[in-house]
Design a binder for this molecule. Structure first.
Ligand code: G1P
Ligand code: ZN
Length: 543
């Protein structure tokens, strides 16, 4: 076996976005593309000599090939050990857990999250740091810089390593440890939650449906809900991970998990429904006849931490991404806790969790999590909800009604305009920025603007500053509209418009969100000139 040093040239655009580097799969498969980026990760973190890493991915198309390349490159670069999920599989939260538990120097996760998979679809790779969380900006910038000056990469020339069986082997001097991707994660969930109480819930006939969307959480969900908690076979749907996720988007929202939503809205729906995404960090929560928005979900979890023993009495603060609704802030206010507002992307929660300033975090994009790992965690959120339902003995719908009566309701919706022309998108954001100063005091659709700004974040722990994180427009009565461009797309631009309004009157808590928000939706279109500038009258997706 020999080590080859391959000469290469920088490839444009290897800039990590909101969550790692995401491109079309065929781009990753072009000569040197993956290798250049992997070497840039290694160089950007100061080399891997003598270091230990976790490696795995969501099983999408090219996952298997990429794992082999990374193992050969890690060996050639002098890594001491790679801890790999069997068959190269690991959910994002399971990887985060292993990085922490095994005290490694970080990990490489192969995933494009909820984006579709396949040769014509998306692939991604992200580096997580030793705390288990996504690399912060200082490190992603160093990786990007390394990609701009790369001249060679090192790779071992050898056949494929067999990673289909548990156990240890060697590649050059590097040890490869193949582990069960599910085991440690299930053990962590058992530490956090009262499995006896949850077993009793199912033993009493509680009905649930979990849709794994043909993605990574299938084996995890089967092990937890059906094997450990005794839920009947068939509770977990689409449980076998497929390289193309069965042709859909593994995105747990009312569009891509439509059949689950339809079932939950039907007459004989189960009591509880949930789904997760490609790599297992997102979640969707449903009850019989009700869809819980992610912003509400994190608020309900935050309001009920005392119902779960491992959180009882030790929670002091929350954090949410800026576009997430202020439902969480209301819970924080009532409990006299801090609630941090961070830019979009889980990496911004890392310092708050590490420094124990926040223990529960959430994003409007179906991301919920806590300090048990440093990623959002879909199954963790589902188990939290189950624990709430078991303790309260209420339906999801009753839990929501009670929550809104106590804290008020933040009506919320996100409108996505996908695959739009990048220039038009930048033009729209530029024009919005230019008119920020003149917005306060003006009226749109009968609502007065009280403030408008471009969001920037100063990290209270390391003092770093993130600028240009989206435009916020505030209205009287607690209304808000936010505009930002996606940082995870792989073609064109995606404009995200986040609309929110507050309603304290319980007699008005039963409205349809699009209807309750109609005035602000119209205002958002006029303020940003959406139809005029990007030529669309309707968003592609409303969540
Ligand atoms: C999207 C979500 C964001 C999430 C990220 C990774 O990023 O909006 O909340 O952290 O995916 O799952 P965006 O495409 O908006 O940059
Ligand atoms: Zn994801």
């Amino acid at each position: 076996m020999t080590i080859h040093t391959i000469h290469t040239k920088p490839i444009d655009g290897q800039k990590p976005g909101t969550s790692g580097l995401r491109k079309k799969t065929h781009v990753f498969m072009e000569p040197h593309y993956l290798e250049n980026f992997v070497q840039s990760i290694f160089d950007g973190i100061g080399g891997v000599n003598g270091k230990i890493f976790v490696l795995g991915g969501d099983g999408r198309y090219f996952n298997d090939r990429a794992v082999q390349v990374i193992l050969r490159m890690a060996a050639a670069n002098g890594a001491k050990r790679m801890i790999v999920g069997r068959d190269g599989l690991l959910s994002t939260p399971a990887a985060s857990n292993l990085i922490r538990k095994r005290k490694t120097d970080g990990g490489i996760v192969l995933s494009a999250s909820h984006n579709p998979g396949g040769p014509e679809e998306d692939f991604g790779i992200k580096f997580n740091v030793p705390n288990g969380g996504p690399a912060p900006e200082a490190i992603t910038s160093a990786i990007y810089e390394a990609s701009g000056s790369i001249s060679e990469y090192r790779i071992a020339i050898t056949g494929d390593v067999d990673i289909s069986c548990l156990g240890k082997s060697k590649l050059l001097d590097m040890e490869i440890e193949v582990i069960d991707p599910v085991e440690d994660y299930v053990a962590l969930m058992e530490e956090l939650y009262d499995f006896d109480a949850l077993r009793a819930l199912f033993a009493n006939g509680f009905t649930m449906r979990f849709d794994a969307l043909h993605a990574i959480t299938g084996p995890y969900a089967k092990a937890i809900f059906e094997d450990a908690l005794g839920a009947p076979d068939g509770t977990v749907l689409n449980a076998v991970p497929l390289p193309d996720f069965g042709g859909g988007h593994p995105d747990p929202n009312p569009i891509w998990a439509k059949s689950l939503v339809d079932e939950m809205m039907s007459g004989d729906a189960p009591e509880f429904g949930a789904a997760s995404d490609g790599d297992g960090d997102r979640n969707m929560i449903l009850g019989r006849g009700v869809y819980v928005t992610p912003s509400d979900s994190v608020a309900v979890i935050a309001a009920n931490t005392d119902l779960v023993k491992s959180y009882k009495g030790r929670v002091k603060g929350f954090a949410r991404s800026m576009p997430t609704s202020a439902a969480l802030d209301r819970v924080a206010e009532a409990q006299n806790f801090d609630c941090y507002e961070t830019p979009t992307g889980w990496k911004f929660f890392g310092n708050l969790l590490d420094s124990d300033r926040a223990q529960i975090c959430g994003e409007e994009s179906a991301g919920t999590g806590s300090d048990h790992v440093r990623e959002k965690d879909g199954l963790w959120a589902v188990l939290f909800w189950l624990s709430i339902l078991a303790a309260k003995r209420q339906s999801v719908s009753d839990v929501m009604q009670e929550h809104w009566r106590k804290y008020g309701r933040n009506y919320y919706s996100r409108h996505d305009y996908e695959g739009i022309d990048s220039e038009a998108a930048n033009g729209l954001m530029g024009a919005l920025t230019d008119k920020l100063a003149e917005l306060p005091g003006t009226e749109y659709s009968g609502r007065k603007i009280t403030a408008a700004d471009e969001f920037a974040y100063d990290d209270p722990v390391d003092g770093s500053r993130a600028e240009s994180q989206g435009i916020r427009v505030f209205f009287d009565g607690g209304g808000r509209v936010v505009f930002r461009l996606s940082g995870t797309g792989t073609s064109g631009a995606t404009l995200r418009v986040y609309i929110e309004d507050f309603e304290s009157d319980p007699s008005k808590h039963d409205r349809e969100p699009q209807e309750a928000l109609a005035g602000l939706i119209e205002a958002a279109d006029s303020i940003a000139e959406i139809s005029k500038r990007i030529g669309r009258n309707e968003p592609d997706i409303r969540t």
